[in-house]
Design a protein around this ligand. Structure first.
Ligand code: KIV
Ligand code: ZN
Length: 530
């Protein structure tokens, strides 16, 4: 009875430490390193809260030396998160480590994560360091970090292609210098499960001091093996898994958090290890990450895909009606993917709306609640059936744009087979109205040209993506726009029953995020036109 097993994990007594697997989320660090997946400061704060609600053990919030934005995000997250440990990444040098220590200074539980490569290939060509010099750097950097923080993770970049004898020496140096977690990344997604399990078994049984530290996996998905390798690593003795929501990460991504957590939960018979993750928050986290990065979740993606719990064929539907376990190894509810239910209509009151938001995992303050309720009423006027997914899109939209200085006020578009298509747009810029009209090669182009006319800017459009939040012709369109300017990337999102309005709002949201980012890195110097 797989489901019984899956459910019983929730009420199980606390597991012995040896069976508990620490979930280390790196969506905001390794995930954000994937091209185009940048997140704004406020989005990172919101994501950190979602991860904490999910009871993720460690949140890697950024790489503080990489930019002021990363530093500020790690610092701000350290200030608001109390339950999860906040980690910052750094290279094995004093400048990186001190910047990281400063960023996590106010964390209730902070961790410094140091990385240095140990494979011959990386040491020779990338670091251009002799192996003995790498060993010295490990001892020095870990020792320095340990004087600043008690919780030190050390990572052997490209561990799976490192010579085992040297890797052993490097791990021993890190442990002697005070590392508390030893991470053996499969940096290039090259290993395969039995090999990775054997690496952990070998290191854990031969390294001096191994019994006093936690070993960790960190798997990339270049061969599609990241989750399988992570699970094999656990079987080999690792008790921390590094992973990311929706498998976000460099190149083909990292091991997907949701897949690892659910594999451990559903297959507790073969994998007798537990995590502390409250899995009903998974869908919300997945949707949020997808919305803020503009990276769609493939329909057939395990656990969080739109089709992950859909049953189309007659035979399957018949089986499901007789007994859900015929075709379901876990319930959609267990990952927070409740069947989209009809919620409320335009006569629903604010108390019912607030209760619904709570069910969906949102706790809004008084002002945000009032604003979201107003939007809900507007939507209920336009749309016959308002579903849970509509409310999620609406609230995420409100949260994403609440601090925007530029807001779309009116939009009228002339579209159709006879061009030119034309857009008439009014925005408010810090409360002051500004209008323009523009033509374009199609209505979306006309809308974006009108935005250019009211808010002149140099940004280049890198992504424009539309998907329907629910089914039906009156469904809300959820639009993601990604803009790039001078190497900076920002994503904007918006939902509306009118696709062109959603497009305008998403573009304007992306512009706001871009300007906010520029303003942060060069205060007072942003030639944004507002
Ligand atoms: O893939 C990798 O090796 C990394 C390290 C920084 C842990 O991301
Ligand atoms: Zn990585």
């Amino acid at each position: 009875m797989t489901q019984a097993l899956a459910d019983s994990a929730d009420s199980a007594p606390a597991a012995p430490a040896s069976e508990r697997v620490i979930i280390f989320d790196t969506t905001m660090r390794d995930g954000e390193q994937s091209p185009g997946a940048s997140m704004s400061h406020d989005e990172k704060l919101e994501l950190a809260k979602i991860l904490e609600d999910m009871k993720v053990d460690v949140i890697e919030a950024g790489f503080p030396i990489a930019s002021n934005g990363d530093f500020e995000a790690v610092r701000a997250i350290s200030g608001i998160i109390t339950d999860s440990t906040i980690a910052g990444l750094c290279r094995a040098n004093a400048v990186d480590i001190e910047r990281c220590a400063e960023a996590i200074r106010h964390a209730r539980r902070g961790r410094i994560h140091i990385v240095i490569a140990t494979s011959e290939l990386h040491m020779k060509h990338k670091l251009q360091m002799e192996p003995e010099v790498v060993l010295e750097a490990i001892t020095r950097s870990v020792g320095h970090a340990r004087n600043l923080c008690d919780d030190i993770e050390w990572s052997a970049e490209d561990a799976t292609r490192s010579e085992p004898g040297f890797l052993r020496l490097a791990i021993e140096a890190a442990i002697r210098a005070g590392a508390t977690t030893i991470n053996l990344p499969d940096t290039v997604g090259y290993t395969y499960p039995s090999e990775y399990a054997a690496l952990f078994q070998d290191m854990i049984s031969t390294v001096e001091g191994a019994d006093g530290v936690v070993f960790s996996t960190h798997c990339h998905n270049d061969l599609g093996l990241a989750v399988a390798n992570s699970l094999a690593g656990i079987q080999g003795g690792a008790r921390q898994v590094e992973c990311a929501i929706n498998g976000l990460g460099e190149r083909a991504g990292n091991a997907a958090l949701e897949e690892i957590v659910m594999a451990l939960k559903v297959r507790g018979d073969r994998l007798p290890y537990v995590t502390g993750v409250e899995t009903q928050h998974i869908t919300r986290a997945s949707r949020y990450v997808s919305a803020i990065t503009g990276f769609p979740v493939q329909f057939n993606k395990a656990i969080v895909g739109k089709n992950a719990f859909a049953h189309e064929s007659g035979i399957h539907q018949d089986g499901m009606l007789k007994n859900r376990e015929t075709y379901e190894i876990m319930t959609p509810e267990s990952v927070g993917q409740a069947a989209s239910t009809l919620v409320m209509g335009k006569h629903s009151g604010s108390h019912a709306f607030r209760a619904k938001l709570k069910d969906l995992g949102y706790e809004l303050g008084q002002n945000a609640l009032k604003e979201a309720f107003g939007r809900f009423k507007d939507l209920a006027d336009k749309k016959k059936h308002v579903f849970d997914d509509d409310i999620v899109a609406l609230v995420d939209d409100a949260l994403a744009s609440s601090a925007d200085k530029v807001q779309v006020k009116h939009l009228r578009v002339i579209a159709g087979t006879e061009g030119p298509q034309q857009a008439f747009l009014t925005v408010t810029i810090e409360g002051v109205e500004k209008s323009a009209n523009a033509t374009g090669d199609g209505p979306v182009d006309a809308v974006f040209n009108a935005i250019h006319a009211v808010v002149p800017h140099q940004a280049i459009l890198r992504l424009f993506q539309v998907h329907a939040v629910t089914e039906g012709t009156d469904a809300q369109a959820q639009v993601s726009v990604r803009l790039e300017d001078d190497g900076r990337i920002a994503t904007g999102t918006a939902a509306d029953t009118d696709t062109l309005t959603a497009s305008a709002k998403a573009y304007v949201n992306a512009l706001n995020n871009l300007f906010a980012r520029k303003e942060k890195s060069a205060p007072g110097k942003v030639a944004s036109g507002f």
